[in-house]
Design a protein around this ligand. Structure first.
Ligand code: KIV
Ligand code: ZN
Length: 507
């Protein structure tokens, strides 16, 4: 069996999705889940790009033991030194350095001659090798580069020790048959001097197809993200590549990955909850409808013989039951624990206790509890972000002239603070009141509300994107409650807590 390595870049290229920025705690949570999923390499960020990225990579490097931790670095000494410092605590580590090789990038962006680019690449790999054994080199925009130049630069970096050669389709330009031909020619040239890697963007919708074409031509590493997040139209989706290799064993009988596919669904959910970007319902493998059979003919076929319409089992990717009605008022702690373990969660005793208490409270206000309700409880109760501001109570009433008035109490470090404010509508009045109590000025950039599970008494989930006073990107906050206005206040406070925790990390 030959291994196909999986390099997950959700925390780096994935974070480059518009609106997908994550805080350090959230990145650690995702990294721990990626390790559990079994990815070979976690590209945890681009250390030189910001102090926040450096800190996140460094924290992840201290906590992850079985996946290699990688930082991206341009082919410049400063970037490589910072990357090396960030990943240093990790038992398994990699530096991934890159420079553009296409004529258009070399002439207009780098303003460098091809010979200078080769020299820069060689110096970068040599410097990276002085810090770590495992160095990856990428030719940015490789798929629009001249083939003989690609071979020349790849030979040069292999000579000084690059172990993985990444061939990005940076602008998502190639079709699968073209990609297959490019990789076949490079594979023939490189032989087994290094591993060829695919890094495909999805601008024309070919990211997964191109990655698979690369594998068929000899590539043995795939760079991908959970839910296909990434710059512009995104990157290759991890779940798609992995399930293609598993489902089409007839074509890939000699290949395997280390991925525990049963962890795919919970990883997808975690990333969707943290980024606030949910895959579209018809997204392959992890979309809400990916295993839903609507047509009567299909349902009939499935009941008679599952394989008539199903090429994968939902349980292969960790989907257990169809949003099943689960536990009720009388369920005990042990049954609750069983349920969450069967859903793929691993929680500490303290987290279990908090989640169980919250579950009991929910049973008082909601007749039926579904899997999605339990996921929402767990994502709130297992957060590692310090809860500095906590909602105590909230009351909203409508006044004359379309105004609403909110009266809110918030606990902070043992004391309770109350205030009220008028606003144009209930959401505005709630956010204004919280601003008065917290003393932080902020701007609401986005507000989404959805019903979790079903029924008139379904939980409301509110996701907000908020920009705080220093204007350094939007922070995501989430709140879940049977009452939409309570969920709004909780989401806004969670963004504030997240912002404060990030500030504290970086101070
Ligand atoms: O798309 C790309 O070319 C990249 C490289 C930096 C690997 O993300
Ligand atoms: Zn990329």
């Amino acid at each position: 069996m030959e291994m196909v390595k999986i390099l997950d870049t959700t925390l780096r290229d994935g974070e480059q999705s518009p609106g997908a920025s994550m805080n350090i705690e959230e990145k650690i949570q995702i990294a721990l889940q990626l390790e559990h999923l079994g990815v070979d390499v976690i590209e945890a960020g681009f250390a030189a790009s910001s102090p926040g990225d450096f800190e996140a990579i460094n924290q992840i490097a201290k906590q992850i033991t079985t996946s290699s931790i990688c930082s991206l670095a341009r082919a410049v000494p400063g970037d490589i030194e910072v990357a090396a410092k960030a990943i240093m605590p990790a038992p398994l580590k990699r530096i991934h350095t890159f420079i553009a090789t296409s004529p258009i990038h070399m002439e207009y962006k780098l303003k460098m001659k091809p010979e200078q680019v080769i020299q820069r690449a060689v110096e970068a790999v040599k410097l990276a090798k002085s810090f770590v054994e495992d160095v990856e080199f990428s030719c940015e925009d490789a798929c629009r580069s001249d083939m003989s130049f690609l071979k020349e630069i790849l030979d040069a970096v292999v000579e000084v020790g690059a172990k993985t050669l990444n061939i990005p389709d940076t602008v998502g330009y190639r079709l699968p048959h073209e990609m297959g031909a490019i990789i076949a020619e490079l594979h023939q040239h490189i032989q087994n001097r290094a591993i060829l890697s695919m890094h495909c963007h999805n601008d024309l919708g070919f990211a997964t197809a191109n990655s698979i074409a690369g594998i068929l031509s000899g590539a043995r590493q795939i760079e991908c993200t959970i839910n296909g997040l990434g710059e512009r139209a995104g990157n290759t989706a991890l779940e798609e590549v992995v399930m293609i290799l598993k489902t089409r064993k007839d074509l890939f009988s000699n290949l395997q990955t280390r991925i525990r596919t049963q962890e795919i669904y919970s990883t997808s959910n975690l990333v969707a909850n943290i980024t606030g970007i949910r895959p579209q319902p018809n997204k392959a493998i992890v979309g809400k409808n990916a295993f839903a059979h609507e047509s009567g003919i299909h349902q009939d076929g499935i009941l008679k013989h599952r394989e008539t319409y199903e090429i994968m089992r939902p349980s292969d990717v960790g989907i257990v039951g169809e949003n099943n009605l689960v536990l009720g008022k009388h369920s005990g702690r042990a049954a609750f624990k069983d349920k969450i373990v069967s859903m793929g969660y691993r929680v500490s005793n303290e987290e279990l206790q908090k989640a169980f208490e919250r579950f009991k409270e929910l049973c008082d206000s909601k007749k039926e509890i579904f899997d999605d309700d339990i996921r929402a409880i767990l994502s709130e109760e297992t957060t590692h972000i310090p809860q500095i501001f906590v909602l105590e109570s909230l009351q909203v009433s409508s006044c004359s002239h379309n105004h609403h008035c909110a009266a809110i109490s918030i606990a902070k470090e043992g004391a309770v603070y109350s205030d009220s404010a008028l606003g144009n509508g209930s959401v505005d009045s709630i956010l204004k009141t919280i601003d008065r109590i917290s003393g932080f000025a902020s701007r609401l950039k986005d507000y989404k509300v959805e019903a979790l599970s079903r029924g008139k008494d379904a939980l409301a989930k509110v996701v907000v994107k908020v920009e705080f006073e220093d204007g350094k990107g939007a922070i995501i906050g989430r709140g879940v409650d049977v009452d939409t206005m309570n969920a709004t206040a909780k989401a806004y406070l969670s963004a504030l807590n997240s912002y404060l925790s990030m500030k504290q990390f970086l101070s």
